[in-house]
Write a protein that binds this ligand. Structure first.
Ligand SMILES: Nc1ncnc2c1ncn2[C@@H]1O[C@H](COP(=O)(O)OP(=O)(O)OP(=O)(O)O)[C@@H](O)[C@H]1O
Ligand code: SF4
Ligand SMILES: [Mg+2]
Length: 343
């Protein structure tokens, strides 16, 4: 999947308007294992280690990209942060509160604050509900904008995402993919959240409209001061919208750096390979193409030591024995790799 890259000329100086310096989300040692059951007694015989001890922070008003190949654990991480799947371990500290400890009732107020835009705008909208029901549902659950005010708010949201208020009574099948994703965005915004997980919000859309939807999310983020975790396969889709990027592989974080720095000066061999596989929108950047041999290993039995070692062109014997810590190798630039003599 490749989006129309956003022109560097429209890329704004994100550092000027980025985070306020306050941490909104602090993810600590988050884990999500899916048990595998087998045998007559349906015992747990193993675990899919979809998210395996990840830690990172997101500042208030910041846009952070979460990238990596299919199966690296991005969606599971996003959902575990929102407790749409229950984490197996670790903490998710949102605005100072560890939400993994909250009861279902206590979680309700936080649900309003934390919303998600799903990858597939076809599957994520109930075909039997009208647009106004879809957008109004969350308002109803949280008792927001009662009575006539609700209709006005829905109309306003539709306009804000580039749809017409008259569309309110229509059903999802009457819209194109891009329009449906706009409805999904309006639904996420309906309860005035401060934090949004956007899980590959454009990857199911036609390439020709991907940039429009990314631009819409960027405009809304700036206007509303949203904090966004933007999940994507393709680094170039998120490069211009994100302040920083987190690179995941096989349930673990490989590298974290400001977007431009990550793109121009990757320090982790996995990021280097990912970037080399993606088309470069900036012709001044020359890259050698690195082919990643073989498939991503199974998260049931990940390789010992560094999980990337079976595909890493720089691997040495120690890589099988040492689990690399994520450590700061340049200001605000972290990598999980034991070698400093490469890249
Ligand atoms: N409900 C589940 N039960 C068992 N395994 C799961 C479940 N959900 C995800 N997995 C596994 O966890 C791993 C991570 O999956 P996840 O969907 O989080 O990856 P992803 O990075 O979002 O991939 P993609 O780019 O394809 O969306 C995969 O190996 C996947 O098969
Ligand atoms: S620790 Fe070893 S295998 Fe892992 S990325 Fe670094 S060099 Fe490659
Ligand atoms: Mg996913």
């Amino acid at each position: 999947m490749t989006a129309t890259p956003l022109s560097p000329s429209v890329a704004r100086d994100r550092s000027a308007m980025a985070a306020t310096g306050q941490t909104l989300l602090d993810v600590q040692h988050l884990e999500k294992y899916f048990p595998i059951r087998g045998g007559l007694m349906s015992r747990v015989v193993g675990n899919v280690k979809a998210v395996n001890d990840i830690s990172f922070k997101v500042g208030r008003g910041e846009v952070v990209g979460l990238v990596g190949e299919s199966g690296s654990g991005k969606t599971t991480a996003g959902r575990a942060i929102l407790r749409l799947v229950e984490p197996t371990g670790g903490q998710v500290i949102f605005n100072g509160t560890d939400i993994t400890k909250l009861s279902k009732g206590q979680m309700r107020d936080y649900r309003r604050e934390m919303q998600i835009i799903f990858q597939d705008p076809f599957a994520s909208l109930n075909p039997r509900m009208t647009v106004s029901d879809i957008i109004g549902e969350a308002m109803q659950i949280h008792n927001l904008h009662p009575g006539r005010e609700r209709i006005d708010r829905i109309a306003e949201l539709l306009q804000r995402v580039g749809l017409r208020p008259e569309h309110m009574g229509r059903y999802p099948h009457e819209f194109s993919g891009g329009q449906r994703q706009r409805i999904g965005i309006a639904r996420a915004l309906a309860v005035d959240p401060s934090f949004i997980v956007a899980d590959e919000p454009v990857s199911a859309l036609d390439v020709s409209i991907q940039a429009q939807v990314v631009n819409l999310i960027q405009d809304l983020q700036e206007e509303l001061g949203l904090t966004v975790l933007f999940i994507a396969h393709d680094l170039h889709v998120v490069e211009y919208i994100c302040d920083r990027m987190i690179v995941m592989y096989l349930g673990r974080i490989m590298e974290i750096a400001p977007s431009r720095e990550l793109n121009r000066n990757p320090k982790h061999p996995y990021t280097e390979a990912l970037l080399s596989a993606a088309p470069v929108p900036d012709p001044t950047i020359k890259r050698q193409r690195i082919i990643l041999e073989g498939d991503i290993p199974s998260p049931i039995n990940p390789p010992s030591g560094c999980v990337f070692r079976t595909r890493c062109r720089y691997a040495i014997a120690d890589c099988a024995n040492i689990v690399p810590e994520l450590r700061e190798v340049a200001p605000d630039h972290f990598k999980a790799c034991i070698r400093d003599d490469i890249l």
